[in-house]
Ligand binder design. Structure first.
Ligand code: IMP
Length: 183
């Protein structure tokens, strides 16, 4: 899906497909260098991180493994509740593993700070975070993101895996959702 397919639902284009591609290539190069000689386990947070994971995993040139977690976040509203619940847990034993959490966006940071603590408690050798987008103005807790992509304004955005009520995930770029869609 292109921006033009849902033009009236969007107010501002934040990242084009090409900009996302370049950002992910830069993140992958850093991950390649930092994890050389290791086989990190990339943990994708469903469902928003599916696109980031797919592109990041293919841009990385060292061996990796992938696993997935699903945690509750927004439902159909646009405000973080801070309540985190595991809907689907990992299948992989984390003992001694180098874990890299792959996220689409960090908003309040509540989900990730909880996830970080949870995974660090499972005996991993290291746990780091890669997040394509970050909303610094929305941060309620400070989360140390080793591989941050792009900082964006505090607005509700959709595309490249990010949804509103399960829609717009297949939009190729990332854009601000028009308030009339959710108000
Ligand atoms: P946090 O706990 O507030 O950091 O929110 C984390 C989760 O909320 C993300 O993984 C997304 O699934 C969702 N989220 C936060 N901001 C947005 C947004 O602007 N658009 C779509 N989903 C969002």
């Amino acid at each position: 899906m292109q921006f033009s397919d849902v033009e009236s639902d969007l107010t501002e284009i934040l990242l084009t497909e090409e900009q996302i591609h370049d950002t992910i290539a830069g993140l992958a190069a850093r991950i390649d260098a930092d994890y050389a000689g290791k086989t990190p386990l990339l943990v994708g947070v469903l469902r928003g991180a599916v696109m980031v994971m797919a592109d990041l995993a293919r841009a990385i040139t060292i061996p990796i493994e992938m696993d997935w977690m699903a945690v509750s976040s927004y439902g159909s509203s646009t405000q973080s509740s801070g309540v985190v619940r595991i809907l689907k847990d990992l299948d992989t034993d984390l003992h001694g593993r180098d874990v890299l959490i792959v996220e689409d966006i960090i908003d309040s940071g509540l989900t990730l700070s909880w996830l970080l603590q949870n995974l660090r408690g499972r005996g991993a050798a290291s746990v780091e975070i890669c997040a394509l987008l970050r909303k610094p103005e929305a941060a309620k807790v400070q989360v140390d993101v080793k591989y941050p992509g792009v900082d964006i304004p505090n607005a509700f955005v959709v595309g490249f895996g990010l949804d509103y009520a399960e829609k717009y995930r297949n939009l190729r770029g990332i854009a601000v959702l028009a308030p009339h869609v959710y108000s």
